[in-house]
Design a binder for this molecule. Structure first.
Ligand code: PMP
Length: 984
C-alpha cells in the first residue's frame, strides 16, 4: 500500500434542492417535476422526476474527488453493465459530456446525471433469507470477476474505505469514539487484526473493486411470486483498486445488523461468491479479520462523520448498524468463523498437530471406567418433558449416578436437551464444547504435558495449561496453592483437584489467532463444525489416551439418515421440507430434533393428546404385558370401546366397526353403502382427500395430492364443486343455497341418465382444502336431496371430528344433520393406528349378506384399550374445551393480523382446525402460493412447524395437538406477525 491516507471526514457538498434543479436544467436540459434528496455519506444525490415519468439521479460529488476518479466511476458502471448488471449509467449533458464541472463556494464540483435504477435497497428488508444471501454472493462474485480486467487511472485513490488502509483509519479515528469501553475494544481488536493480517497482506490479490456493494447499494424488487430478487447495483463512489477479497468483506459487514445474533448467516453469501471467484488460501485466512476491520472502519468513520456533519441524519441513523457491523463479527470466535467458512467452502485447513503420548489428566480414570451420562435427545433419563427444567435436571440426573460412587462424564459435542428452550425463535446454544467430570470425592488433576499455567480469577477457579500446540482449559478446579500464575508445569505434575460441583475440561489447539476470553461452554449445533476445528474431544485425554479427534456422531445424523431413507423407503411417501430436521422426540405440542431444537408443532392433528403423553405410554405398556390379540377372541375392551364411541353419536347409531386407519374406515363405509343401496354411483366433492385404497382414492379429488385427479376419476364417481363461499363459483351469502341447487341438478341428471347416486361422501368442513367451512344450509339440503332419491350420506370425520373443532365433537353437528355412516380415525389412537365406522345395524347387515368382515388389528385388545385411554384423557384434560379457547386466541389473533397484513385474504376454520389463506390481491384472490411456502420455511427457522395446504397451496394448515396452550397460540401469532412484517 502506498502512503497512509489522509483521514479527514468529508461533509456533503452544500447544495440545495433549488441548485440541483438549476444544474439539471442548465447542464442537462432536464426540467424536473419533482426533486428529492436521497441519502449519501459524502456526496449529494437528488432524485429527479421528469414530466414524462422518467426518473434520474443528479449526483454532485464531493469536491475532494478528482475528474479522473469520477470518470473511473462512470467507466466502472459501464463495465458492469456490459457484464449484464443493472447499474446507473451516465447521461450526456447539453455539451455532450458525461461529467460537468460547476463551481460552488469557490470549489469545483463534478455533476452527473445518471439513469435511476428502480428497486429498493436491501437494507430496507429486515430479514434477508438464505436465498437472498446466495443471490447476493453470486452477484458479488460476478462483479468481482468482471472487474478483474478493469483498469482506469482514476482507480488509484487514497480512500478511507480502502481496507488496505483500514488499520491506519481505525487508529487515526479512534479518538472520535467517545465511549471508553468501545474505544478500548476497537483498539484491542485492531491489535489482533494487525497480527493476523501481517503475514497475509502480501498474498492478497489486488484489482478493481466496487468497494461498497452493501445492503445499501444493492437493490431488489419483489417478483410476481412475491419473492425478493436482486435488481441492480448502485453507488460507484468507492470504486478503486483494493484487495479483491475486500469486496466480500465489505458486503458481509453490512449484513450483520439484519441478524446480529447469528453472524454465520453470511456463510451462504461467502459460499456463492467462492463458487464464482474461488478464494485463495490467504484470502480465506484474511476474510474474517477483514470483515471485522471493515466493521471497525465503519464504526470509527460513523463517529467521525456525525461529529463533523451533525446535520447528516443519514450518517447518524447508520451509527447503530455500523457498531453492529463491528461488534457482531469481532466478538464471534474468529477461529470458529474461519473454520465454518472453510467447512462451507469445502477447503480444509492444512496440517494440524497431534498430542504425542500425553500423561493422564486425571490418573484415577486409568483405573475406573467412568459412566458417561446421556443428556441428548435419546436419553432414557428424561421423563415427561423433565429436561425443560434445564440444568437443574442435569444436576439431579448426575447426582443420582454419582451417588453410586462412579465418576460421571458428560459428552463432548452433545446437544443437550436441558440447554434447549421452547417457544424461542433462536437456535439454542446447547452443544457442549467441554466435558464435565463429576465425582463425590475430589480427584487429582495432573498436567498432561509440559505446560505453562495461567490462573483465572479466583472466583472462577479456572486454569489453563498451554504446551505442545494444545491448550487444556479447566473450570471448577482447586489449584494447588503452591502453584503460581505463569509457572511452568512438568508433564504429569500435580495441578490440583476436581471440585464436588463438577470440573469442566476443554481441549483446544493453539492457533496463531487465539480467541479471547474463556472457552465457550455451549455453542449452537450449526456452529459446531467450525468450533470442532479448534476444540477437540478431551475425553481420552482424561485417562491419557489421545486418539485422533472425531467429530461428534450427530454431525452426519440428519443427512445420513435421509440418504438411507431415500435408498429404501419409496419417495412417494414424501417428507416435509427440502432439508428436514431429524425429529426424534416430542413433548406436548413441541417437536424436538436431534440437535435438541424445539419446534412448535402446528400440524400433528393425529397426536391429539400431545407428544410423549405418559398415560398413553403406560396404558400401552400395561396392555402389552397382559395381552394383545384380535377381536375373534372375547375380551372386555372391544365392547367397552364400542360403547364409548356410540355414546358420542346420536341414538340412531347402534353399530361399530373397528379398523386401523382413515382409509380403511372410508373404504369400508363405501362398501357398506354400496351394499345397502345396491348402487355403485358415488357423489363426492372437489378438493377432498379420503384415503389411498382403490375406493377411497377414487373419491379423493384433491389436485394437490394428485395433479391428475380431475381427469382420472372412475365412471362411478361424480364430483361436485367445492362449496367454497370465499373463492368458489358462488360467493358470500346465499352461496349455500346455490351450491345445493347445483348438487340437486346433478343428482337429478344422474337419476335421469340411469346412474342414480347411492352414496354421498363429504367432510363437513373441508379439512384438506384448509379447514374451509361448508356454507349454511348446504349440507342439510344435499343430505335431503340424496336421501330423497334413495341414497345415503357418509360424514368423513377422520380429520375434523373428535373434538378438534372445539364447539362441536363432530363436524356434522355444525350443520344440524345426522349422517347414515360416520368414519373416524387419526385422533382416536393419538398415533396408534385406529379407525372406526359407526352406522345403523340395517346398513351393516347388508354387508353381512356379502360375507364376513375381519381386521386383525382393528379392535385388537391393544387398539381398543388405546382408544378408551385416549377418550378418557380427552375428557379428563378437557381437550375439546381447550380447542375452543386456544382456537379463539388464534382466530382473534388472525383477524387482527388480517387488519395489518393484506396478504391474509381469509381466515377459515374454528377450534384447533384453522386455515390462514394468503392472496396477492384481495379482489382477484390470486393465491400467494410461493409466498406461503417461503413463509412456512421462514417460520421453521424461527421454531414453528406449519405447512401449506389446499389445492392452491396457499393456506397455512393449523391443526396442532389439542393440548395446545395459550402461550403457544400467542407465540405462533407473534412469529407469524414477525414473518409477515419482516419478510421471508
Ligand atoms: N379422510 C380424511 C378426511 C383424511 O383427512 C384422511 C387422511 N388425511 C383420510 C381419510 C385417510 O386417513 P388415513 O391416513 O388414516 O388412512
Amino acid at each position: 500500500m502506498s502512503a497512509p491516507i489522509e483521514v479527514a471526514g468529508l461533509p456533503r457538498p452544500d447544495i440545495s434542492l433549488d441548485q440541483a434543479r438549476v444544474f439539471a436544467a442548465e447542464l442537462f436540459a432536464v426540467e424536473p417535476r419533482g426533486v428529492k434528496e436521497l441519502g449519501s455519506q459524502q456526496d449529494r444525490n437528488f432524485l429527479l422526476s421528469t414530466p414524462d415519468g422518467c426518473r434520474h439521479l443528479l449526483k454532485v460529488s464531493n469536491p475532494a474527488f478528482t475528474r479522473e476518479e469520477i470518470e473511473a466511476q462512470n467507466a466502472a458502471m459501464e463495465h458492469l453493465a456490459d457484464a449484464g448488471f443493472n447499474t446507473p449509467l451516465p447521461l450526456a449533458s447539453c455539451s455532450g459530456e458525461e461529467v460537468e464541472a460547476v463551481t460552488v463556494n469557490g470549489r469545483v464540483h463534478y455533476v452527473r446525471l445518471l439513469t435511476f435504477v428502480e428497486g429498493a435497497p436491501l437494507i430496507e428488508r429486515a430479514h434477508l433469507g438464505t436465498h437472498l444471501m446466495r443471490e447476493l454472493g453470486a452477484s458479488l462474485g460476478r462483479a468481482s470477476k468482471a472487474f478483474s480486467d478493469f483498469q482506469h487511472v482514476g482507480l488509484t485513490r487514497s480512500l478511507q474505505w480502502d481496507l488496505r488502509a483500514g488499520e491506519n483509519v481505525v487508529a487515526d479515528l479512534l479518538p472520535f469514539v467517545q465511549v471508553n469501553w468501545k474505544r478500548d475494544m476497537l483498539s484491542d481488536v485492531l491489535t489482533r487484526v494487525k497480527h493476523v493480517l501481517a503475514p497475509l497482506k502480501g498474498q492478497l490479490p489486488v484489482q478493481a473493486v466496487h468497494g461498497d456493494m452493501t445492503d445499501d447499494n444493492v437493490v431488489y424488487v419483489v417478483s410476481p411470486e412475491g419473492l425478493p430478487r436482486l435488481a441492480g447495483v448502485i453507488d460507484f463512489g468507492d470504486t478503486m483498486y483494493s484487495w479483491r477479497v475486500s469486496e466480500l468483506a465489505v458486503a458481509c459487514a453490512s449484513l450483520f445488523h439484519h441478524n446480529p445474533t447469528n453472524p454465520l448467516a453470511v456463510l451462504p453469501l461467502i459460499q456463492a461468491f467462492h463458487d464464482v471467484v474461488p478464494l485463495s488460501e490467504a484470502e480465506i485466512q484474511a476474510l474474517w479479520p477483514l470483515i471485522v476491520l471493515r466493521g471497525a472502519v465503519l464504526a470509527v468513520s460513523g463517529e467521525q462523520q456525525t461529529a463533523i456533519d451533525a446535520g447528516n441524519d443519514y450518517a447518524s441513523a447508520a451509527l447503530d448498524r455500523e457498531w453492529i457491523a463491528f461488534e457482531s463479527p469481532a466478538t464471534y470466535s474468529w477461529n470458529a468463523a474461519e473454520a465454518s467458512i472453510r467447512a462451507s467452502l469445502g477447503v480444509p485447513r492444512n496440517g494440524g498437530v497431534r498430542l504425542s503420548n500425553p500423561s493422564p489428566l486425571i490418573p484415577r480414570l486409568t483405573q475406573a471406567t467412568p459412566v458417561t451420562v446421556n443428556l441428548g435427545w435419546d436419553s432414557a433419563a428424561f421423563k415427561s418433558g423433565s429436561w425443560i427444567k434445564g440444568p437443574e435436571e442435569e444436576r439431579s440426573i448426575i447426582e443420582e449416578l454419582t451417588s453410586q460412587d462412579d465418576v460421571v462424564l458428560t459428552r463432548f459435542g452433545e446437544p443437550r436437551m436441558t440447554r434447549a428452550n421452547i417457544l424461542n425463535p433462536e437456535e439454542p446454544a446447547n452443544v457442549a464444547l467441554g466435558v464435565e467430570v463429576h465425582n463425590c470425592e475430589p480427584l487429582d488433576v495432573h498436567s498432561p504435558f509440559a505446560a505453562t499455567l495461567t490462573l483465572g480469577e479466583a472466583s472462577t477457579r479456572a486454569a489453563t495449561l498451554e504446551g505442545e500446540g494444545h491448550i487444556v482449559a479447566l473450570a471448577g478446579v482447586t489449584v494447588d496453592p503452591a502453584l503460581m500464575n505463569g509457572q511452568t508445569l512438568e508433564r504429569g505434575q500435580l495441578l490440583g483437584q476436581t471440585r464436588p460441583g463438577g470440573t469442566t475440561v476443554w481441549l483446544a489447539l493453539q492457533t496463531t489467532n487465539p480467541d479471547h476470553g474463556n472457552p465457550p461452554g455451549f455453542v449452537r449445533a450449526t456452529e459446531l463444525r467450525g468450533y470442532c476445528e479448534t476444540y477437540l474431544d478431551p475425553t481420552n485425554l482424561l485417562s491419557g489416551i489421545h486418539a485422533a479427534p472425531t467429530p461428534p456422531t450427530h454431525f452426519n445424523g440428519p443427512s445420513i439418515e435421509l440418504v438411507r431413507r431415500r435408498n429404501t423407503f419409496d419417495p412417494l411417501q414424501a417428507h416435509y421440507y427440502e432439508e428436514p430436521p431429524r425429529i426424534e422426540r416430542g413433548w406436548k405440542e413441541h417437536l424436538i430434533d436431534t440437535n435438541g431444537r424445539h419446534y412448535l408443532d402446528m400440524v400433528n392433528n393425529v397426536t391429539v393428546l400431545g407428544h410423549g403423553h405418559p398415560a398413553v405410554a403406560e396404558a400401552a405398556s400395561r396392555q402389552w404385558e397382559m395381552l394383545n390379540t384380535n377381536s375373534r377372541f372375547h375380551y372386555g375392551a372391544v365392547a367397552r370401546f364400542s360403547e364409548r364411541l356410540l355414546s358420542l353419536v346420536p341414538d340412531s347409531f347402534d353399530t361399530v366397526f373397528l379398523v386401523n386407519s382413515g382409509t380403511e374406515a372410508v373404504d369400508l363405509a363405501l362398501r357398506l353403502s354400496k351394499a345397502y343401496t345396491d348402487r355403485d354411483d358415488v357423489l363426492c366433492c372437489e378438493e377432498s382427500y379420503h384415503g389411498w385404497s382403490l375406493a377411497a382414492d377414487a373419491v379423493s379429488t384433491s389436485i394437490s395430492d394428485n395433479p391428475r385427479a380431475d381427469e382420472t376419476r372412475p365412471e362411478w364417481v361424480h364430483v361436485l364443486a367445492a362449496p367454497n363461499d370465499y373463492r368458489g363459483t358462488h360467493r358470500g351469502e346465499g352461496a349455500g343455497r346455490e351450491y345445493a341447487k347445483d348438487a340437486q341438478d346433478l343428482l337429478q341428471h344422474l337419476r335421469q341418465t340411469g346412474t342414480p347416486v347411492g352414496t354421498y361422501i363429504s367432510e363437513p368442513r373441508n379439512g384438506n382444502a384448509g379447514a374451509i367451512g361448508t356454507p349454511p344450509s348446504y349440507l342439510e339440503s344435499v343430505y335431503h336431496a340424496v336421501r330423497a332419491q334413495g341414497g345415503i350420506c357418509i360424514s368423513d370425520e377422520v380429520q375434523v371430528g373428535y373434538g378438534r373443532l372445539g364447539e362441536h365433537f363432530w363436524g356434522y353437528e355444525e350443520h344440524k344433520v345426522v349422517p347414515d355412516i360416520v368414519t373416524m380415525a387419526k385422533a382416536m389412537g393419538n398415533g396408534h393406528p385406529l379407525g372406526a365406522v359407526i352406522t345403523r345395524r340395517e346398513i351393516a347387515n347388508a354387508l353381512a349378506a356379502q360375507g364376513s368382515f375381519f381386521s386383525s388389528g382393528g379392535g385388537s385388545t391393544l387398539s381398543s384399550q388405546m382408544g378408551i385411554t385416549v377418550l378418557d384423557i380427552i375428557e379428563r384434560e378437557k381437550l375439546q374445551e381447550n380447542a375452543k379457547t386456544a382456537g379463539r386466541i388464534l382466530s382473534d389473533g388472525f383477524r387482527d393480523l388480517m387488519g395489518r397484513h393484506s396478504l391474509i385474504g381469509a381466515v377459515h376454520g374454528m377450534g384447533l382446525y384453522q386455515g390462514v389463506e394468503f392472496v396477492r390481491n384481495r379482489e382477484s384472490l390470486e393465491p400467494a402460493k410461493e409466498e406461503t411456502t417461503a413463509i412456512c420455511d421462514r417460520m421453521r427457522e424461527l421454531g414453528v412447524m406449519v405447512l401449506p395446504t389446499g389445492d392452491r397451496q396457499n393456506i397455512l394448515k393449523i391443526k396442532p395437538p389439542l393440548c395446545f396452550s395459550a402461550d403457544s397460540a400467542h407465540y405462533f401469532l407473534r412469529i407469524l406477525d414477525e414473518v409477515l412484517t419482516n419478510g421471508w
